[in-house]
Design a protein around this ligand. Structure first.
Ligand SMILES: Nc1ncnc2c1ncn2[C@@H]1O[C@H](COP(=O)(O)OP(=O)(O)OP(=O)(O)O)[C@@H](O)[C@H]1O
Ligand SMILES: [Mg+2]
Length: 421
């Protein structure tokens, strides 16, 4: 990667390195050029002021830090350093002339990072995407710098809700002095109008405010306002479906006292778009144990016959082992959704789906997905959570939505790439 110029805001990051200020917070829009220049300034500062000293570079997880910080940093052309990363110790040694310093990689969400960071003294810490880390981890890492007189703490993140611990404890806390730089996409010198416009159309509602305008706003009210306001826009008649699909998969959410059973079948067309081809909700009171797999079979064979497709897998909610264990695994198609659930954290679901919708990659077959369309229109954010997650307190049914997440989870990483900017 070639860095030929810095934007004014990026220049302020470099100035911080040589100022007396001890704490830097860069927050704001996605892709606005925070991480890459912060990493560079952090390394330049460390190498000019210290020798044989320890520093920490923290991401949401160690792999995130390696991917978001280390890889891009290694690719910057013309760095005045030599870099050597040892995977086993997760330590980057940076050398410049006779000087060398050690940069340990930690993950705020990795259990092992807690123990490791406790035993180390640090002259500086860079927290990339700090809003995705637990406060306890961040506090511990900062505590490791207290014995260094000229230590500096570097934070960057995208905004979350205004009740988020980082917003309250750092960003708006007058007792914590800091240099605060707010970034928008225009502050990234390599983004042109076209890229910025594309990004702007991908984000809607609360996500637009947070990730484009860079504001710390609460996720409240309807989750998919564009869908709720005009569901017809996302409907397609069965005869307009692509002739070929890359895959067809189903999801099955098992019900309980308050919740219903729900099935959804989704397909990815050869055009890369995602189609909900059928969904169905069945109230638990209407079912006997032996009906649980029969209903799924009926649903799947129905989808196969009516749409002339082959359903590869049906991912089942993992909360009810006794039911899953007693399923007659016909065609070996019932997969425990537990194995793929980690792909799709609750907090990522609304954002990904709203991006798919906004980019014209999400459709439901008209007349086949009424329960799902209802739930998509009515889903609201859990305003008690500081994450943008869907309310799930039993006050409204979200079972068909859950069956949709299970149907999509297997391809979650691919779907994320499809709407990346
Ligand atoms: N001055 C620059 N010169 C060249 N490339 C740059 C410059 N600033 C940013 N970039 C590139 O722009 C892209 C986005 O930058 P970066 O990852 O730093 O943004 P970010 O604000 O951290 O985004 P996010 O909030 O999504 O993590 C990266 O590919 C980065 O290398
Ligand atoms: Mg970043």
């Amino acid at each position: 990667m070639q860095i030929d110029e810095f934007s004014k805001k990026q220049g302020e990051i470099l100035k911080f390195a040589y100022s007396d200020s001890e704490n830097l917070i860069c927050d704001g829009a996605v892709r606005s050029g925070k991480t890459v220049v912060m990493t560079l300034a952090f390394a330049l500062w460390a190498m000019s002021k210290f020798d044989r000293t320890n520093f920490a570079i923290c991401g949401k997880t160690v792999s995130n830090a390696e991917r978001n910080i280390l890889r891009p940093f290694e690719q910057i052309e013309g760095l005045p350093f030599t870099l050597k990363y040892k995977v086993s110790t997760r330590m980057l040694t940076i050398k410049c002339g006779k000087k060398q310093n050690y940069f340990y990689f930690f993950g705020g969400k990795d259990e092992s990072s807690y123990a490791l960071i406790q035993g180390i003294t640090l002259a500086g810490v860079l927290f990339d995407e700090v809003a995705l880390m637990p406060q306890s981890f961040v506090d511990q890492a900062i505590a490791r710098t207290l014995s260094f007189k000229n230590a500096k703490i570097w934070f960057n993140c995208n905004p979350e809700g205004p009740n988020h611990w980082f917003y309250k404890d750092w960003l708006t806390n007058p007792k914590k002095p800091k240099t605060h730089i707010h970034f928008l996409m225009r502050d990234n010198p390599i983004l042109g109008d076209e890229e910025i416009n594309r990004a702007e159309t991908l984000y809607t509602g609360v996500f637009y405010e947070r990730y484009i305008l860079g504001r710390w706003v609460a996720a409240e009210g309807i989750v998919f306002p564009e869908f709720a306001g005009n569901p017809e826009k996302y409907m397609i008649s069965a005869d307009k479906l692509p002739k070929k699909f890359n895959w067809v998969k189903a999801g099955y959410d098992l019900g309980g006292n308050k919740s219903a059973y729900a099935l959804s079948a989704f397909a990815q067309g050869a055009d890369g778009k995602i189609y909900g081809i059928r969904s169905k909700k069945i109230q638990a009171v209407d079912l006997r144990p032996q009906d649980v797999d029969n209903k799924a079979k009926e649903f799947i064979t129905g989808v196969e016959k009516d749409f002339n497709v082959y359903v590869e897998k049906c991912f089942i909610d993992d909360s009810y082992y006794t039911i899953i264990n007693s399923l007659n695994d016909w065609r070996y198609m019932f997969n425990n959704a537990a194995c793929i659930k980690n792909n799709m954290p609750l907090a990522d679901r609304p954002l990904l789906l709203s991006k798919l919708m906004a980019s014209g990659k999400f459709f439901l077959v008209k007349g086949e997905c009424d329960d799902l369309a209802d739930e998509l229109s009515n889903a609201v954010f859990d305003k008690k959570s500081d994450k943008a997650i869907i309310l799930d307190d039993g006050s409204m049914q979200i079972d068909t939505l859950d069956s949709m997440w299970y149907a999509l989870a297997d391809d979650w990483l691919y779907l994320n790439r499809a709407v990346m900017i």
